[in-house]
Design a protein around this ligand. Structure first.
Ligand code: BES
Ligand code: MN
Ligand code: ZN
Length: 519
């Protein structure tokens, strides 16, 4: 059988085998009123002051809520939750601590997230979240965003146990002062952000045997079906070769699964404006190649395509919410495997730009796929700014841990807009240096550059510097190293369950929403 037929059939089988997307509780909105039975979630301030719904329900239950809270040592601290099954006439009462700091959309999202997480482990068919405060417009939409993000689970590969109670199914009703405004803001806007995050999380959670470059492309195509003003372009290995993208091809050379370049272009601001570009590292599995990783944490490298998932997920969110902006998202997709056809340390690679580099370790593959993708997007789209996003280095994990992604930028304005969007979205960035001395570390005796320094100094910065060498100096550019942020280890955050985080989607959405879209 011809090879292309074989791969076509394999693709069809893979497509048919896709599990249905994970179940999540439906979200609806209603007036703020206290139901007299069922499952309710209510907020409590620090120190348990007798205020609002908490006071009403506490009185109605003869002080049962305060007694339970005191016994459990629950004091309403921000981010704390007390789960009380069977209080008075209620199946379940959830007390959500909100501390005593000023309210913000971030606090709302965390409250929603805590309810979403608690709802995963509840058999109550309907959980009602009570939010009496009317000071933040469309508060319900932010509660809903949090609930959708916190209630995310990836359970495609688990077989349900026949006799176990059904947990995490049903709905979450958000009871707010402006249910109509909240519903509109959710349906027209924030629900699409949640969907972009879910897209990114699903792909990062999928194992390497399920998602390889061609499947990433199929999943992305399916997600964009019917979405207006989006054009998709996919380059296969033959097209990549004819464009001279040998750096991307060199990473995929050891794998049975050919590389791809996936490009999605969204026009929400007419045909004249140059787009912003989000370029993501899309290594569907990173063994290290010939510079093989050791086994201990290798399983994690299924999420080495998280940057690609987030750049495409962000564009999905922007297109679905019809943001007034032009954006191009590029996913540089390859699988990094060792084999007789794999690249070796010491190999010299000519990139599509014509510039050459020497491979120091085949485990520094992220920068290799990114530089060809960066060349491509600059040639084709002439972007007004470029942000690349990548699980690039262990060095970033060491430097900033799992509170921040690393930000490297040559452009002060872009850097400060990104930091600001990080705070507003809760996906925070910490800026790290891009020192000119890194150029010396990247000198090669045989090629224009070498692709890493071979010592352990400033590894994240040297990687960023290499990538930046492929971006024209006049183009505002930033690089995000999300190695530590793409996967959340225990403990969960309110809006980030343990596992794939989708880090970057909310950040990019906020960047566009707060700074790039016309007001
Ligand atoms: N994908 C890894 C980086 C990574 C590490 C991501 C931990 C997430 C968690 C990347 O391809 C890699 O292997 N980087 C090397 C670069 C080095 C060889 C210059 C690293 O950080 O060791
Ligand atoms: Mn690697
Ligand atoms: Zn990698």
């Amino acid at each position: 059988m011809p090879r292309f037929l074989c791969s076509l059939i394999a693709l069809l089988i893979a497509a048919l085998a896709w599990p249905a997307s994970a179940s999540q509780r439906a979200i609806s909105f209603d007036d703020h009123a206290i139901p007299d039975s069922g499952a309710v979630a209510l907020v409590v301030k620090k120190g348990l002051p007798a205020l609002g719904d908490y006071a009403t329900l506490d009185t109605a239950s003869d002080g049962a809520l305060t007694r339970a809270a005191k016994t459990a040592g629950f004091s309403g601290e921000l981010g704390s939750v007390l789960n009380l099954p069977g209080v008075g006439g209620y199946e379940q009462v959830l007390l959500i601590g909100i501390g005593d700091q000023p309210l913000s959309t971030r606090v709302l999202e965390d409250v929603g997230g805590l309810v979403g997480q608690a709802a995963v482990n509840s058999a109550a068919p309907r959980i009602e979240l009570l939010w009496p405060d009317a000071s933040i417009p469309a508060a319900g939409a932010h509660l809903a965003l949090g609930a959708a993000l916190g209630g995310y689970r990836f359970d495609q590969y688990r077989t349900p146990k026949p006799d176990a109670p059904v947990l995490g199914e049903g709905e979450i009703v958000i009871r707010v002062a402006d249910p109509r405004g909240s519903r509109t803001a959710w349906e027209n806007d924030w629900q699409h952000v949640a969907e972009g995050v879910r897209f990114a999380r699903d792909l990062s959670s999928e194992p390497g045997n399920a998602v390889y470059p061609e499947i990433f492309v199929e999943r992305a195509r399916a997600a964009f079906a019917g979405v207006a003003n989006v054009q998709i372009e996919v380059l296969d290995e033959i097209q990549l070769a004819s464009l001279g993208m040998r750096s991307l091809l060199a990473v995929g050379a050891g794998s049975q699964r050919p590389p791809r370049l996936f490009v999605a272009r969204y026009r929400g601001a007419g045909n004249d404006e140059a787009p912003f570009a989000f370029v993501g590292k899309g290594i569907t599995f990173d063994t290290g190649g010939i510079s093989l990783k050791d086994n201990e944490n290798m399983w994690r490298m299924k999420y080495d395509m998280s940057g690609a998932g987030s750049s495409v997920g962000a564009l999905l969110a922007l297109a679905k919410r019809q943001a007034k902006v032009n954006v191009v998202a590029v996913a540089a997709l390859a699988e990094n495997m060792p084999s007789g056809s794999a690249s070796r340390p010491g190999d010299v690679v000519r990139t599509a730009s014509g510039k050459t580099f020497e491979i120091m370790s085949t485990d520094a593959e992220g920068r290799m796929v990114l530089v060809d993708a960066l060349w491509f997007v600059q040639e084709r789209d002439r972007p007004r700014a470029i942000i690349d996003i990548a699980t690039l280095t262990g060095s970033q994990v060491t430097a900033v841990g799992d509170e921040y992604a690393g930000l490297f930028a040559r452009d002060e304005t872009l850097a400060s807009l990104l930091i600001d969007a990080g705070v507003a979205s809760g996906e925070e960035l910490w800026r790290l240096p891009l020192h000119d001395s890194y150029a010396k570390d990247l000198e090669s005796p045989i090629a224009d550059l070498r692709h890493s320094s071979g010592n352990r100094k400033a590894g994240a910065g040297v990687g960023a510097y290499f990538i930046g060498s492929w971006v024209a100096p006049e183009v505002p550019w930033a690089h995000l190293d999300i190695a530590s942020m793409a996967w959340r280890d225990d403990p969960a955050l309110p809006t980030v369950p343990v596992g794939a985080s989708g880090f970057g989607v909310r950040l990019f959405d906020r960047l566009v929403r707060d700074h790039l879209e016309p007001k």
